[in-house]
Ligand binder design. Sequence first.
Ligand code: PLP
Length: 342
Amino acid sequence: MKEYYPPLGCRDALRLDFNENTLACSPKVREVLGRISAGDLTRYPEREPVEAIVAQYLGLDAAELALTNGVDEAIHVLFEAFLEEGDELLLPVPTYTMYEVYASATAARVVPVLAGDDLRFPFEQLLAAITPKTKIIAIANPNSPSGTVATREQLLEIARRAPHTVVLVDEAYFHFYGETILDQVGKIPNLIVSRTFSKAYGLAGLRIGLLAGPVELMRWIRRVLSPYSVNSVALACLPAAIEDETYLNWYAGEVKAARAEFEVALDAAGVHRWASSANFILTRIGPRHAEFVRQMSAAGVLVRDRSSDPGIDGCVRITIGTREQMLQAATALNETLAALRA
Ligand SMILES: Cc1ncc(COP(=O)(O)O)c(C=O)c1O
């Protein structure tokens, strides 16, 4: 297993490198944080009551949902629960790095399915790659770093064609897209959906995610999941976060408006990009991608080099923040490109 170090370091700049909320969480969450006492922190966290609240909010039974320490733990636990020697994990690539990282901690084999140049979801190729050994198919929808999506029909067809597998649909970026398959949880026996509170909700630092799936599969997941992995501060804040839909909708709307404006800026600058349904855009900068990232950082804007991902040589992913922040990003982009082209 390779060691994985996210390129965090000094991030005292405009953070367009990790697809976070670039502003803040809901003020309602801040109020809850202010009320947490020293005594509260002496207790072990109790997650079942909050799981019941979140399940009800999402229209699920409590037994169909598990809160996790971010979706990263959800992926880790899912893979630990189901992947054994001789199994295959089917992965459309390029995609979220941590699927491969956690798979490498198991004895299973990763079977990558490469998207074409348009980075569209490789639906037919994925169906063709399903074998009796396929145990999990992990699909980020929208996908990162491409921002492209699989349709509901495609996801349903995959689940139908691979009844012996667990199909994970990772909806980390759901709020910037709007389409979901969560309503099928419990109806399709091999479908599991993950959601995070790290992106639109602005709670990446609290580490909260969830897995939703049929009770039968969730029983296996609960066997592996640590009982205290979601901390009490996160659990205290979560009800306020889901209640404040006004803030969530405002932030998602702001990002979508900023995304449309930044697309125009990229097009005007002659930068190739892929259409995105998430809070980031993948751009093709070309051979000078590393210099581009360095110069953007020097101009106060952090962006993420994805050039070493499969099939996207020379590409850089830019998180979308607020319209004001993206004006700053567009200025830095134009200056950086001018310097590189000079
Ligand atoms: C597709 C996808 N899934 C999951 C995650 C991680 O989410 P969390 O912060 O909840 O661990 C990310 C983060 O970038 C992601 O891009």
